[in-house]
Design a protein around this ligand. Sequence first.
Ligand code: SF4
Length: 62
Amino acid sequence: MKITVDMAKCEDHGQCAIAAPVAFRMNDDGKLEHDGEVDDAYLDEVEEAADVCPVQAILIGA
Ligand code: SF4
């Protein structure tokens, strides 16, 4: 699946990195880094990350 994060919305809360560390992580500056494409086997946790994002910045594509 493809993952897009609206960085204009993202406030670097980090919940996504806890829910789906396979795709999301916080860098040394406390900023979100994410992969643009993740194996579909991780769909459940990536969906969980999108659900817990307080500003709904995560979009999951096909
Ligand atoms: S949970 Fe949402 S706001 Fe927080 S770092 Fe992830 S994408 Fe950004």
